[in-house]
Design a protein around this ligand. Sequence first.
Ligand code: DGJ
Length: 728
Amino acid sequence: MAILFKDGCFKLDTKNTTYSFKVAKFGYILHGYYGKTVSDIDLGYTYPDLPRSYVASVPEDTSMLFRINDAPQEYSAYGIADFRTTALRIKHFDGSRAADLRYFSHEIIDGVVAVKELPHATQNGFSDIETLKVVLKDSATDVFVNMYYTVFEQTDVIARFVEIENKGDNSVFVEKAASLQLDFNDSDYDFITLTGAWAKERHVGRRPLVMGTQGYSVHTGTTSHQYSTFFALCDKNADENMGGAYGFHLVYSGNHKTEIEVDQFGSARVLAGINDEGFSWEVKSGDKFVTPEAFMTYSNNGLGQMSRNLHEFIIRHIFREKWHNVRRPLLINNWEATYFDFNYEKLVSLAETAGKLGIELLVMDDGWFGKREDDKTSLGDWIANTEKLPGGLERLAKGVNEKGVKFGIWMEPEMISEDSDLYRAHPDWAISIPGRAKSIGRNQYVLDITRDEVKQYVIDAISNVIGGANIEYLKWDMNRYLTEAYSLSLGKDNQGEFYHRYVLAVYDILDVIINKFPNLLIEHCSGGGGRFDTGMLYYSPQIWTSDDTDAHERIEVQRGTSMGFPVTCMGSHVSAVPNHQTGRVTPLNTRGVVAYSGTFGYELDITALTDEEREEISKQCEFYKENYWLINCGDYYRLNYVPGEFSAWCFASKDKKEILIFGVQLQAGANDANRFIKIPAAEKSMRYVDDSTNQTYFGDTLNNIGLCMPYQFGERTSFICHLRAIEE
Ligand code: DGJ
């Protein structure tokens, strides 16, 4: 049993972890512990009553010894005697902002509880799952807080979300509601973030926690290129293979906030949820507000195991079951091959070459609709440009299919160009504040899909495109952030709901589309990796990782992304040299080695290849298909890494009988020392043989000494080593 309740204490156990809390004095719910499995159920001794000056006590406590200001709480509220950053802030009808949350009831539920209207972890046929619902009550107002904890035993993950239920007579306004709070007794941790910019997404940052609040808040309306919905805390000495590490994910694709406050007593409070800046949600009498889900894992074996827990969990419980055992197609996208300059003949010739090389899908990118010859026009006019594509999408899809290749298409459904028939007909559909000029991004505006008629237009537009031809793949792009957030459909007291309603509308559209076209594979994209989150992965298991296709720079982006996300969701393509973003020239085999670690594809003009390149590309396609399951479902290990100099990583089959190692030497040096690559993925008692050299090793040799990297001459050279267990 994953969830235990005894004498007011809750103990949530996964295979390797314990999460514990308790109904403590006066009905406050205090957090006891999260970490490696422990046996005790009552951990109340971890928060002893202590005399402290200059902090307020709770109303009933005349002893002045129990203060929620320094007690670790499960879910804290603004307005009472906790002076730290709190999880919940509610404005009541009288203008007051306070909630005093005490235990009311609890229940243990078999399986997963779905989060209404939001993406969430799903059971997907696994049976090791239980949910605990704990209800807290603010007696003065009859506002209830329902905290849900779903325990996924096998993957060492606990998912959480919260409902704010208004059983009072008047509306309340939720101004802040974190999805997850985790209070620690100490703060002796490093904070790991994935930060960046357009074409530089999700680079790993690591810094010690310090007193005060640290974190980030996003108000781009999307996840953003700058900050991720994933973050981690780890022991100061933790590395890939040892030490404690906590990984957190918010399952959300809009404004988000991560706060970690280290208080005066050196305790750390972690909060993650919707960004409260500008947020306010009216909960009418009898209604509920539901937060997005968050999930967390703990690993006692370093950051590598933390990532592997999250990878496994995302693949099992965030991806739809439909995609679990499906090999997704190896694709070519024409964006960097042609940009806007293409026509029917060009695309069909790309498809013809693709088919011969072993590529299985052609994705037609931006520029196929309206009058779009550059990024200034036509978003919203989702009708094929028949000058470029005579016979429209149907003929093109047929032409591509005749070459033995599937057909996919690009859309940016949430957008509208000023120069479009849609804008001329409905200028008010673009998000704006009446009487105020609209900011413009990439020459375009964003549609107010919080309005039903606009949302319906988008659903119809996508449905007509996808339903109008044999289209098996949709790249759903989103190339600007939201500004001047306001909707004509919301009253003046409800404009604070806008950003969240926008995200709910995106989810709603995705839901309708995938139900209508259940076999459609969607690649999410937002100017590269600006909406790279587990919310999006719930709808489809693939996201374009970054607009930077330079193999050298991609190593850091993909390595960073792998901290929280499985390789199998990262769109990664071999592109042309000199690279279009950096001008760098990287050998084709190294471009392949980097792109293999993701949803592999190409993004260059394959009709203009030399014979040698054609041969190499068809071998790459063969290699990827042969190793598809190992790469996409194997366990991923980050190995040696010296930024700008060298990087290695590997995939191991679940039974450890097969290990595929990739390495890239970014910088070359004369007369360098030998480089050894330890392989923690190897099973110590197995014997392995290296496919290409026939050298054999015991697993413990690979664990402790490692492979000696083959000599590489030149920069951006790479190697692949395939180890297989010898059956003895
Ligand atoms: C941004 C995407 O990230 C690119 O891959 C490409 O689809 C362009 N948009 C097209 O406008």
